[in-house]
Design a protein around this ligand. Sequence first.
Ligand code: TRP
Ligand code: SF4
Length: 400
Amino acid sequence: MYPDRVLSGMRPTGALHIGHYHGALKNWVQLQNEFPCFFFVADWHALTTVYDETELIGRNVWEMLIDWLAAGIDPNQSTIFIQSRVPEHAELTLLLGMSTPLGWLERVPTYKDQIEKLSHKDLTTYGFLGYPLMQAADILIYRASLVPVGEDQVPHIEMTREIARRFNHLFGREPGFEQKAREAVKKLGGKRAKLYDELRMRHQQHGDDDALEQGRALLADAQSLSMGDRERLFGFLEGSRKLILVEPHARLSAAPRLPGLDGQKMSKSYGNALAMREEPAEVTRKIRTMPTDPARVRRTDPGEPELCPVWQLHLVYSDEATRQWVQVGCRTAGIGCLECKQPVIDAILAEQGPIRERAQVYLDDPTLLRNIVADGCDRARKAAQETMRDVREAMGLAYS
Ligand code: TRP
Ligand code: SF4
């Protein structure tokens, strides 16, 4: 079995806001301590919807990458790269397209929605229909097992799993696989071989997940096997195929959703966002002018935190004692709204200090960022090429 690997990506939207920070980047920073991580800028994905205004892509890519590093993504731990600099993504997209039913793409929940929602734009393009397939290739090409994403992306990960399964089923045959696998079982030795056969049967005939886990553990312990035999036995355990592509799992972040400054979804295009590297004076101004519970017209009117977007910020930024102070103070008109907002302002400024500092290093020396990303692209490309070798061979393209 392949070791766990994390992959995630973002479209290049330029400077990120605190919603991206709490919703995604903090999670990425955590994950890099636990697993090998690949994080990439999905610049080709941007073209699936904004194919007609491309002059901003470059600037947006670098701005966003600065925010990743400023958030604490560590280039010594994680591989940071740009999709279009690893053209193997396109090759895998093309090859997966050969066997992906059109219906799978048409049924992606966001597909028809988006075409209707963005009706000012013609999205009845091949690229827009195909973008979830491109996303599947982004993931599968690194054999990533874990994909940290938001709720809205879960259907894409589900489809990626189906594409991987179908690929393994169609192309995961090697000549004489079954016989080679049976010989490999013997190499496990009498007692282990018997247990393996039993667990395999329990999993395949009764869908017993426990047996699958035990079988995997058994193989992980089997020191004497060659790499090839080990892969075969992992594949044989699950089906009768060699696993070429890995089925990924979505990994949702536990962070509460940060609303925009007006209580709607935070988005740069709605003008209700607070940037990760907002000017401190702007942080103060934006929070101070935020709307609050509309029922609190006068200072003496009591309010209700549940009806106030500022409260949502306290949920992210304040400790229990401060929240208690807000709950009581708001409902009894014991505190004013500006007073209530101050701890949030202080917390955001404290959070953004180190972020702005880390960003400054890259703003001062643009080559530093270019070098980090060039190095990441090289590393990503090596990993992608390894998978592509197996894919080409499996699909009958490695002929001489
Ligand atoms: N589609 C994702 C988004 O819009 C971005 C993305 C592209 C991605 N490829 C990916 C995310 C692969 C995770 C894995 O947010
Ligand atoms: Fe909102 Fe705080 Fe004002 Fe209550 S006191 S309405 S929670 S800003």
